[in-house]
Design a protein around this ligand. Structure first.
Ligand code: NAD
Length: 488
């Protein structure tokens, strides 16, 4: 029987043990049908305390292992995830709503990220400085921090967790993860699979629960030394305030409103495909997505026509069904927020070129579906320009030139990603320097590489995930001064 037909029951995963379901219980519903697909223990302070203590107890043994051994264990756990993709993908689709193919892509990407850090284990280096003074040298040691709290949202529950788990575990930390309260199922199974693959008890624990109780209990627990958080900007700010009380370290990966700029000399076919893919993947619920499209006037009509046609051709439906390209939004709250944002925007101006409402299909009426939507020229200070659009709706503007596009792009409070499309090297380099964000693609968009540091600026947060740079955020660099000879 598939995950879409059964109801999965899972308690917390603490100290290597998949605990039985216990009160209070939270139901998990399929966003495409509202059917209950799972029940989990909605953990609060007591479970969080047990999980953090288990991670704390495991820390001494885990951090004392050789870094290559930790890398090998994380690599084996990643291999086990790959082997379990057929089991996990339907579960991820059932709780999140995304098409099955996208669930498989997500899970393989999570495994790939863990493999990347497993491979980097042997490269984790400190530094040695000769001759600070006569007979005196210096060392820079990298020390793990201790227990890390990893809090992630529902849009990519497993990859966003892997971004934290990989560098944290390889560097010698132990982890307590709290997935979003609506997508805990795959993460709880993931912890069990990684433990069965040899990850020692207590090294990786998972507790489901709401942000206000489980999340805050994790952030404020005195034994948690660092919080790796991905989620909305308001929650990031709340976590920052809570973490301040204890001087906890933070990485905050927050919201975004990525601009895509297409100049007159771009490859227009590729740009139109990237805009459509970048906007509608995961039903538009991605931090890195094409959220504002700026087109040079002379090519605007051609690109608009191509993007509108692509949006109209998307197959909207339940993620578990073959051939579906656009699933439902994740929740009623998400669809309400998108509809409200569209309404507030259109009151100010702008023209809907396609979509704009719910699909006219009674078979989809139980789910949180929304048509792929394109809005032309809403005012620059309207909600679709100034807020994050977290759903399948794309605003488009014509621009005079690169300068105007960059002015509009940088006017956003967010600074996560951006892309510029042109065949002119000088324009591309100029834009990459001036766009105020953490990641710029030239003639491509939205694909994140494990090899490069990723993270936002402004309201999009701070700190880096991916790249060897991520280790800086999961280790302390400690200076040691060594007098090796007496020469004074
Ligand atoms: P959210 O902030 O509501 O929730 C994210 C997580 O935080 C969940 O696990 C939630 O339970 C927890 N949480 C909520 N309140 C909390 C509190 N007071 N203390 C501790 N934990 C708390 O985010 P969301 O709306 O579920 O996710 C969508 C947002 O995430 C979007 O803004 C999106 O852009 C952002 N996001 C950013 C990135 C990135 O890498 N920058 C990636 C994906 C998503």
């Amino acid at each position: 029987m598939s995950a879409t037909e059964t109801t999965v029951e899972l308690g917390a995963f603490i100290a290597g043990s998949a605990e039985p379901l216990s009160d209070p219980v939270q139901e998990i519903r399929d966003p495409a049908t509202q059917r209950v697909v799972g029940r989990v223990t909605a953990s609060a302070a007591e479970d969080i305390d047990r999980a953090v203590r288990a991670a704390h107890d495991a820390f001494a043994g885990w951090s004392a292992r050789g870094v290559a051994e930790r890398g090998e264990m994380v690599g084996r756990a990643a291999h086990a995830i790959r082997a379990a993709v057929d089991e996990l993908a339907p579960l991820l689709t059932a709780e999140q709503g995304k098409p099955l193919r996208e669930a498989q892509i997500e899970l393989n990407k999570a495994a790939e990220t863990l493999e990347h850090y497993a491979g980097l284990a042997k490269e984790l280096r400190g530094a040695f400085v000769f001759g600070l003074d006569p007979g005196v040298s210096g060392q820079v040691l990298r020390r793990p921090l201790g227990v890390v709290g990893a809090i992630v949202p529902w849009n990519f529950p497993t990859t966003l967790l892997a971004n934290k788990l990989g560098p944290a575990l390889v560097a010698g930390n132990t982890v307590v993860a709290k997935p979003a309260d609506t997508t805990p199922l795959t993460t709880l199974r993931l912890a069990a699979i990684m433990h069965d693959a040899g990850l020692p008890a207590g090294v990786f624990n998972v507790t489901a629960g709401r942000g206000a109780d489980a999340g805050e209990a994790l952030v404020t627990h005195p034994l948690v030394r660092k919080v790796g958080f991905t989620g909305s900007t308001p929650t990031g700010r709340r976590i920052m305030a809570l973490a301040a009380a204890d001087n906890k370290r933070l990485t905050l990966e927050l919201g975004g409103s990525d601009p895509m700029i297409v100049l007159e000399d771009a490859d227009l076919d590729r740009a139109a495909s990237a805009a459509s893919m970048g906007r509608f993947f995961n039903c538009g619920q991605a931090c890195l997505a094409v959220k504002r499209l700026y087109l040079a006037e002379s090519v605007a009509d051609e690109v608009i026509e191509a993007v509108v046609q692509k949006a109209r051709r998307l197959t909207v439906g339940r993620g578990a069904e073959p051939g579906v390209q656009l699933g439902p939004l994740h929740s009623e709250r998400q669809r309400d927020a998108l509809e409200d944002q569209l309404r507030r925007t259109l009151e100010r101006g702008g023209e809907v070129l396609t979509g704009g409402g719910r699909p006219d299909n009674s078979e989809l009426s139980d789910g949180w579906f929304h048509e792929p939507t394109i809005v032309l020229e809403p005012p620059q200070d309207s909600p679709m320009a100034s807020e994050e659009v977290f759903g399948p709706a794309l605003p488009i503007w014509r621009v005079r030139d690169l300068d105007q596009a960059i002015d509009y792009a940088n006017a956003s409070p967010f600074g996560l990603g951006s892309s510029v499309w042109t065949s002119r090297l000088d324009a591309a380099a100029d834009a990459a320097e001036r766009l105020d964000c953490g990641y710029t693609w030239i003639n491509s968009a939205t694909k994140v590489y494990d090899e490069l540091p990723f993270g936002g600026v402004k309201a999009s947060g701070f700190g880096k995930e991916h790249g060897s740079e991520a280790f800086d955020y999961y280790t302390d660099q400690k200076a040691v001064v060594v007098r090796t000879a007496r020469r004074d």
